[in-house]
Design a protein around this ligand. Sequence first.
Ligand SMILES: [Zn+2]
Length: 551
Amino acid sequence: MKTLKNNTKKSIDRNSIIKSTLLLILTLCMMHSNAQSDPKLCLTDDFEVIPESLPNAYVIAPKVIWPIGSKITVSFLDTPSTKVRSRIKKYAQEWESYANIDFEFISGKNGDIRIGLKKGGSWSKIGILAKKVDKSKKTMNFGWFNDGTSEQELRRTTLHEFGHALGLKHEHQSPAAGICWDWPKVIAAYGTGANGWSEKRTRGNLERLSNEKVGNYSAFDPKSIMIYSISNALTTCDFEVKSTNVLSAVDMQGIANLYPKGKSRSIVGKLSNQYKWTSGWDNVETFESRGKTFLFLLKSKTGDVHINKLQNGAVGSKVYDKKWTAGWTTARIFKISLQNYLFLLKKTTGDVKIFKLNDNGTVGSKVFEKKWSTGWTNALFYKQGSGFPNLLLIKKGTGDVHIHKMNRNGTVGTKTFDKKWTSGWSVVETFVVNYNTHLFLYKPGTGDVHINKLNANGTVGTKVFDKKWTSGWTSASFYAKNNQQHLMLLDAKNGRMKQSYVTAGGTVGDEIADEKWTSGWTANNFYRSGINSYMLLLKEKDGQVKTFALK
Ligand SMILES: [Zn+2]
């Protein structure tokens, strides 16, 4: 793990932490601390990690966040003073400026969120998990609020707990976090005094969560209202987080993405950058490593490989520039836990290699090398459920389809699926809706489209969509934005572009854009950089490149 040394702020920016939605059922919160020098510890009642079986979806929303536009009623089980009540209401409703949600404070005790004011820490249930709580019991507690509590403290803790109530998780527990906790000291500090936590509980509240337990990401945000203050004395590197009592820009944007105030139509926003490169880049992939985003480029004809940083919409400095052997027709990047791997395949010889990708974006050691049969035209990696990724291989010419489970160390594991389909499927992608990964198949020659659900074990399941479209689409890309999955089709030859919504059932829904672009766009990649998302278009033939911000 990269530690956060030297310039704290700069280092933090390079480390990505997950922001949003999630899953500690009871988490805790910034405890009021009188002595400035005390680490600000947190109390928790209990916590529970959602079982491993929870699908690793891009947006975990439907299971944890409230339906978009919900009116969420809030009531008190204990009787707060007028001041405490008014401040809780005021600061809770601050979230409404950014989220499409309405906290309605009601009299009586039957709110969706039921607040207690008894000693025992400040905590909240996460998102709609509040609905599972017995109606007579509280779903949120403010353990130290009284008329003497400072305005900053009232604001900080209310914003934080209502962030949990909206489905937000602690920043410092992100799968991508690089916090250099000094565990022996952390365990000792949280194990004594007001907390008295067991090691297990301390680790459960502070330790990085695996990718499987989280959904939506943003860049690491040390200013988030959802991060604990972190004492420098509890870290092994020079790192600390000072307490905050305001929503950060990422908090505002993140919650607006989870609870959008109106769906956009076309997802493509304004042109952000354009370049003219050499021709021949026919494999274009983007990947994230340690909070940074990279662009991988390969020319199959010459074996040239470049890897560049992507900084917001711009293509930044090159971190890797090599000439490999020619003939690698397919390059794909997949991730196991935090480790990225590069998969390479030569269609004409059946050669396959897999390399680790280093944290700095360069190509590392080889972990797999085999000679397979020839003719594999498509290879793609996807996750379904919480296990390791699956690899799907298709031969356009013969209709052969294989699926393999990937091993923990990045090598290709057991074959789980072996079928002969009709030939001609060459536009093949996967996408996720409602926690389910789906397989999109299109034959440019005939216009046939199939969408199948993928089973929990990664194999191909029920067909949910079967249509005949016009022929000629050369690429299909999927992008989820604001809880909505989109499909973008491109016809490189004629410059046609179409966008549609994808429904919750995995079928292609309303068409939202139908445009005529210039011809020749062969690559179309969506990527995230910081809190924003972008699309990169590339023409193999003449090296034109454009990046666009997504709305
Ligand atoms: Zn908390």
